[in-house]
Design a binder for this molecule. Structure first.
Ligand SMILES: C[S@@+](CC[C@H](N)C(=O)[O-])C[C@H]1O[C@@H](n2cnc3c(N)ncnc32)[C@H](O)[C@@H]1O
Length: 433
């Protein structure tokens, strides 16, 4: 293996960038994975996700094992030690290989002289594992969440917060969406089973299948031909509620990378869809997804707070707002969220969401449908947001999703179920104003 391809050192570098520099793992990882073979690429992902999932425990253990915290130029080695500990605690890598490769990581990080230290710390952990694990076994460490988030979850969901936290700490299932324009769900499932794999249909979401065992997309029949899309089942619920119809004009706002744009077009292939997102780089992903599925939509860069700048006075039959949010419902898929988000972000996000809702509402036709969705489990972004919206807009009527006293449907992440998600469906009522 080339020096720079030591997967443990790559993981340590990526983790330092996430935890200390606030970079998103979703941005860093694909770049690091590009030159790697499938096996190393999967290992890198596992090491990064695993360490981020159990960071407080690994930090506490490192604190017990080291007299002094490694700082400055030696900081990457702090993360390398946690990569080593994670393998010894949670992976099936033979301990001697985990140790040898992690120690070699110090060489790849140009800290050859620190090999002995890494080796010593990991060997000490092996010798004292039981005692050390007990010494860091307290509630703060065991929940594996930052204090501010734990507090918000406990306050919002006194009966459910433990279930949410436990689900966040698990590996997520892999959900698929069958393009039923091309195959029925059963027909595609039969193609999958011919390849020796299995999946389970969801009882309420007609396109959704949960894979028995996650795999790479290249192993899914017809992926490149658009027969199948990887998408969590909760995200699929947005389009079931939106009910797009052929021939309608539909705005998919906050659309990148286009998971729901293509779902709209699978449900209503002749709908005229405008897909808008503020992030130019992420817009490219919408175009890639449309191309893979051989679909067309108008893809526009724009800010949801200023719709007249990108659609003039146009009104739509249906609008989906898949709002920017804390993503606290998808922590199991993106464990870096726990360490990137800050408490103060929640109020800022709630203000952005309400500005988008208010700005876009005039662009919904009379009698039209707007679905507001987030992948958050925090009330400020969800039912409180919709309660406030309903009080500001007397022509907005809640339908199918909750009650005016507690508007919207809140889904919690569940081990064999979907991600944490929220939806509210609103109709513009001609007679109500
Ligand atoms: C939850 S993601 C959307 C996921 C997408 N709908 C899908 O299904 O693939 C939220 C998106 O909101 C976009 N966004 C953030 N602020 C925005 C704004 N002010 N106006 C429009 N889009 C915004 C982000 O760039 C991000 O792509």
């Amino acid at each position: 293996m080339k020096k720079q391809n030591n997967v443990r050192s790559l993981a340590a570098g990526a983790l330092e960038r996430v935890v200390e520099k606030g970079e998103s793992l979703s941005t860093i990882l694909p770049v690091l994975q590009k030159p790697l073979n499938d096996k190393d690429s999967a290992l890198l992902q596992e090491l990064c996700f695993g360490v981020l999932r159990m960071l407080p425990r690994l930090e506490a253990l490192t604190g017990q094992l080291m007299e002094r915290t490694l700082k400055g130029k030696l900081r990457p080695l702090h993360f390398l030690i946690m990569v080593g500990l994670y393998q010894l605690i949670a992976m099936r890598v033979p301990p001697h290989a985990a140790l040898a490769e992690t120690v070699e990581g110090a060489v790849a990080l140009n800290r050859q002289q620190m090999k002995g230290l890494i080796n010593g710390v990991l060997r000490q952990f092996q010798r004292r594992q039981g005692e050390l694990m007990t010494s860091v076994d307290d509630a703060k460490v065991n929940y594996l969440h930052p204090g501010w988030l734990l507090k918000r979850l406990q306050l919002a969901w006194p009966d459910n917060w433990q279930q949410i936290v436990a689900a966040n700490n698990q590996r997520p299932p892999m959900w698929l969406r069958v393009n039923r324009q091309l195959h029925s769900r059963d027909a595609w499932l039969a193609l999958l089973q011919e390849k020796g794999k299995d999946a389970y249909p969801h009882p309420d979401e007609p396109d959704a299948l949960r894979l028995d065992t996650p795999c790479t997309v290249s192993q899914l029949p017809g992926f490149t031909k658009g027969w199948i899309t990887v998408q969590d089942v909760s995200a699929q619920g947005c389009i079931r509620l939106l009910e797009p119809q052929n021939g309608e004009t539909i705005l998919d706002l906050c659309a990148a990378p286009g998971g729901k744009t293509t779902h709209i077009l699978e449900a209503a292939p002749t709908a005229r869809v405008m897909a808008v997102d503020v992030d130019a780089q992420r817009l490219v992903r919408i175009t890639e997804n449309l191309t893979r599925l051989a679909m067309q939509a108008e893809v526009i860069q724009g800010d949801g707070r200023t719709p007249s700048a990108w659609c003039g006075e146009q009104q739509f039959d249906r609008i989906l707002i898949d709002a920017p949010c804390s993503a606290t419902g998808v922590i199991r898929r993106h464990p870096d969220i726990k360490w990137l988000r800050r408490d103060r972000d929640i109020d800022e996000l709630a203000a952005l969401q309400s500005a988008i809702l208010d700005a876009v509402w005039p662009h919904l036709k009379q009698g039209g449908t707007l679905v507001y969705a987030t992948c958050s489990v925090l009330p400020e972004e969800n039912h409180q947001q919709i309660t406030a919206f309903l009080s500001r807009h007397s022509d907005a009527q809640l339908t199918d999703t909750g009650t005016p006293a507690k508007p919207g449907l809140q889904i919690f992440p569940a081990p064999d179920g979907g991600d944490g998600f929220f939806y509210a469906k609103l109709i513009k009522n001609v007679n109500a104003v």
